[in-house]
Ligand binder design. Structure first.
Ligand code: F6R
Length: 609
């Protein structure tokens, strides 16, 4: 949630700040602001409600110049989205400005205390207490003041601070919220995500919890550990290609990321099959322990949870191990039964989702071991698990998860095969067949991308509905859940997914000619049953969009629209049907005039409960 940027060096800070905030806007876009130290004693803070474009206009109009500044794009937690609650927040003197990602849990208590000592507050945010705490501790040393202030905080924070006394310095720190720094001949940079820095440097340092970095205008960066002693971290080289953070000719990131999926699936599975065996070197240390497991619990949120539902089928079919799949926000408040024979698989694209992180922590405290699947190698989820697997989807910028979902599913399939082999349930012939089948998926996805005109026709037919129902069975049902989520989140159209066999137990009462029904009717063991369900909803007047296997002409007679997908083993069907549903949701959202990359009320990573 939220994005932080900062620059100190040679040149105009505002250019870097605005460009960086635009890059990080996918992380939050309720309001944005910058603080620029123009010269000693002169700090200018500008905030605007709404998107970064609003702020950019204001910064230009007001002609803000200065070579040291910090910026923030916000997804509101404490305090409504407004100019007054937008970051940066300042202290009583107006000399200190702070930008913050995360949540300060004890802010009410601190605020009372600060109020009683005469501080005046301008906003409803938790962040503002930090500016006042720094104000109280500042005696000419920003690092020391920041350390003193953060020692009072309970919660999570990534922080960047400037002081008008120090026009050549930015102090940054973090706890459970990412902060990345880097430098070049131009100066020193900070971001809450390396993507804000990659145009300036490819070598970055991920700051560790409770460490402080002091960025200087000549590009030098001093690092201090939790014990306040200097240390010298090794930078991490970021090897994303230059196109990663740009739309490269696509109208939006969502479409770009949908089109990247054939390549992503190939990248995800690359190297997993070696000489008739599965290859998971990342799990070597857990190898003998994995032989002892008698249960698996999968945790995740949203789309990642849906990937988990698919993985349950893989694991139970191929490894014959009982699996439960839990929404992380529910899991953490139950009394789950786990022990040292339980494998927990945490699925999180960002590696930052607060509920999933907590679920990992709880599971490990009960003796279970956790393997995390993530797209962010240095993320907390990766670091706080016993092992992690990189889904290799490359950075995903559109708020709606697309390519990360496919990568998760493909990798979970490989992992389930691996465990199936370990449990003695599968042999080299199964692996060979599986390898050939999954290797065909990228080309099959490309085929679906070519179906866009037909998908657009279906989208037009459904875009005026007030609600869309998705039905399917088995893997088709999970794809429906994911399809309905995509539609809801980017088009704001109400959508529900039901197991097709369940509709006559209630949901069919919703059906009339105004409620289109999307049915996953690909070839599977339950195909005939799904056809019966199509007839049931058709009889109630519903307009029907079927996702069917190419060559299935009979389905045309029963439905109004058909989107054909290539023939594929049923277990891999989510890798293709979901692509059709992603495009379907996007087309409807565009028809309705929605911003598909930055849907209202959402942000890319949910780092708060
Ligand atoms: C939906 C979507 C969200 C995320 C969820 C979990 O398109 O993106 O539902 O899947 O917030 O996020 P991660 O995977 O980062 O834990």
């Amino acid at each position: 949630m939220c994005g932080i940027v900062g620059f100190v060096g040679r040149g105009d800070a505002k250019d870097f700040l605005i460009k960086g905030l635009l890059t990080l806007e996918y992380r939050g876009y309720d309001s944005a602001g910058v603080a620029v130290v123009r010269e000693k004693g002169d700090l200018e803070v500008i905030c605007r409600k709404g998107k970064v474009a609003e702020l950019s206009r204001a910064v230009k109009e007001l002609n803000v110049t200065g070579s040291c500044g910090i910026g923030h794009t916000r997804w509101a937690t404490h305090g409504e989205p407004s100019e007054v609650n937008a970051h940066p927040h300042i202290d009583c003197t107006g000399n200190i400005a702070v930008v913050h990602n995360g949540i300060i849990e004890n802010f009410m208590e601190l605020k009372e205390e600060l109020l009683s000592r005469g501080h005046a507050f301008a906003s409803e945010t938790d962040t503002e207490v930090i500016a006042h705490l720094i104000e109280e501790s500042y005696e000419g040393d920003l690092v020391q003041a920041l350390r003193a202030a953060t020692s009072r905080l309970i919660g999570a924070y990534g922080l960047a601070v400037v002081h008008s006394d120090c026009p050549d310095e930015i102090a940054v720190t973090r706890k459970e919220s990412p902060i990345v720094v880097g430098n070049s001949v131009k100066g020193a940079f900070v971001g809450s995500d390396p993507i804000a820095l990659i145009d300036y440097t490819r070598d970055v340092v991920y700051l560790e919890d409770d460490c402080i970095a002091l960025l200087h205008g000549d590009g030098k960066i001093d690092y201090y550990g939790p014990d306040a002693e200097p240390y010298y971290p090794e930078p991490t080289h970021i090897d994303w290609d230059a196109e990663t953070a740009s739309r490269t000719g696509f109208p939006d990131f969502m479409l770009k990321e949908i089109y990247e999926q054939p390549r992503v699936v190939s990248d995800t599975i690359a190297g997993r099959f070696a000489d008739g065996a599965m290859s998971f070197p990342e799990l070597e240390e857990l190898d003998s322990w994995l032989d002892t497991i008698d249960g698996i619990t999968i945790v995740g949120c949203g789309t990642s949870y849906h990937a988990g539902l698919i993985a349950r089928e893989f694991l139970e079919r191929w490894a014959r191990i009982p699996v439960s799949v839990e929404v992380a926000s529910e899991f953490r408040y139950r009394s789950p039964i786990l022990d040292d024979r339980t494998l927990v698989i945490a699925i999180t694209q960002s590696g930052e989702t607060a509920d999933t992180l907590e679920a990992i922590k709880i599971a490990r405290s009960l003796g279970a071991k956790a393997i995390t699947l993530t797209n962010v190698i240095g993320s907390r989820a990766a670091r706080e698990s016993d092992a992690f697997l990189n889904i290799r989807a490359n950075i995903e910028i559109s708020v709606a998860a697309t390519k990360s979902f496919l990568a998760q599913v493909a990798l979970l399939a490989c992992l389930a095969m691996h465990l199936g082999v370990k449990c003695g349930k599968l042999g080299s012939e199964d692996i060979a067949r599986f390898a050939a089948e999954i290797a065909a998926v990228p080309a099959q996805i490309t085929q679906i991308l070519n179906e866009r005109p037909e998908i657009l026709r279906c989208a037009k037919a459904c875009s005026k509905a007030h609600s869309v129902m998705f039905i399917g069975r088995g893997f088709g049902y999970v794809s429906c859940k994911e399809g309905a989520l995509k539609l809801k989140e980017i088009s704001y159209l109400h959508a529900e997914a039901y197991p097709a066999g369940e509709i006559k137990h209630g949901p069919i009462a919703l059906i009339d000619e105004s409620v289109p029904v999307v049915v996953i009717a690909t070839k599977s063991d339950t195909y005939e049953k799904v056809v019966s369900n199509i007839i049931e909803v058709r009889t109630r007047g519903a307009k029907i969009v079927a996702i069917a296997t190419e060559g299935d002409e009979s389905i045309r007679k029963l439905t109004d629209y058909v989107i054909y997908v290539p023939e594929i083993p049923d277990c891999f069907s989510p890798l293709t049907t979901s692509v059709a549903l992603q495009l379907f949701a996007r087309e409807i959202a565009l028809i309705k005039g929605c911003d598909v990359d930055q849907p209202r009320n959402l942000a890319k990573s949910v780092t708060v409960e």
